[in-house]
Write a protein that binds this ligand. Structure first.
Ligand code: NI
Length: 227
């Protein structure tokens, strides 16, 4: 499932994250790559342990925990500390698949990447190219969102970033280990959740059928989740 989550960062928070990372020291993007993606990747990145990445990443993690649509769609168990990348002057990332297991260097933190996330930080009108292109069983999806918006997509997908031919594409990217590993099961829970919310807004949360359906949601989650 691919889902766009608007306005994860807005206003001053978005400006603050942008300022933090803009002034930091960028390095060759291959610092985090596996062997195959090192050949495909031509961009720049903030070092994982840079103070700016840690501070800006912390702001993003706080924002995610206050975004109900992210929680409902990802059902996150663990989120990898957000990283940051920058593309300009024709930089791109050719077709690749993200590593299944991500480890945080120098720590025992590791996650299975069920979902990949890209949080767009620059106004899409300020650069040309830089679309995230995701291939799944339904075809090819091109994504270029507004500043502060996030795309969640299956980490198992093949994807690439088209060359940035004008301006700068600044993004944060990270991975999520979901409490519900299976993409189809997670999707079913999300659909049930959003349908319950829609009906509850007409009938009220205390409607007996809504209470029963909410129970069904939680009992499926109990059956499928690892926590
Ligand atoms: Ni990737």
């Amino acid at each position: 499932m691919m889902i766009a989550i608007p306005e994860v960062l807005t206003g001053r928070t978005l400006d603050h994250v942008r300022e933090l990372v803009a002034d930091a020291e960028w390095v060759d993007g291959n610092a985090t790559s596996g062997h195959q993606s090192a050949l495909a990747k031509k961009n720049r990145q903030l070092p994982e342990d840079s103070a700016a990445a840690r501070e800006a990443g912390g702001i993003i993690l706080d924002a995610l925990s206050a975004t109900p649509l992210f929680i409902a769609a990802a059902l996150p168990l663990k989120v990898f500390p957000p990283l940051f990348n920058l593309y300009a002057g024709g930089e791109r990332f050719d077709t690749h698949v993200d590593n299944a297991i991500r480890m945080k260097r120098g720590t025992d933190f590791r996650i299975r990447s069920d979902l990949s996330a890209t949080l767009f930080l620059n106004d899409p009108d300020s650069y040309d190219g830089g679309e995230l292109v995701v291939e799944d069983t339904l075809g090819t999806h091109k994504v270029k969102l507004g500043a502060g918006d996030l795309i969640l997509y299956p980490a198992s997908s093949l994807h690439h970033v088209t060359p940035v031919t004008r301006g700068e594409r600044l993004c944060s990217f990270f991975w999520i280990q979901s409490m519900v590993r299976d993409d189809g099961a997670r999707r079913t829970l999300f659909d049930l959740d959003t349908a319950i919310q829609a009906v509850a807004s007409d009938r009220g949360q205390d409607d007996p059928a809504i209470i029963k359906l909410t129970g069904v949601y939680h009992n499926l989650l109990r059956r499928w989740a690892e926590a």
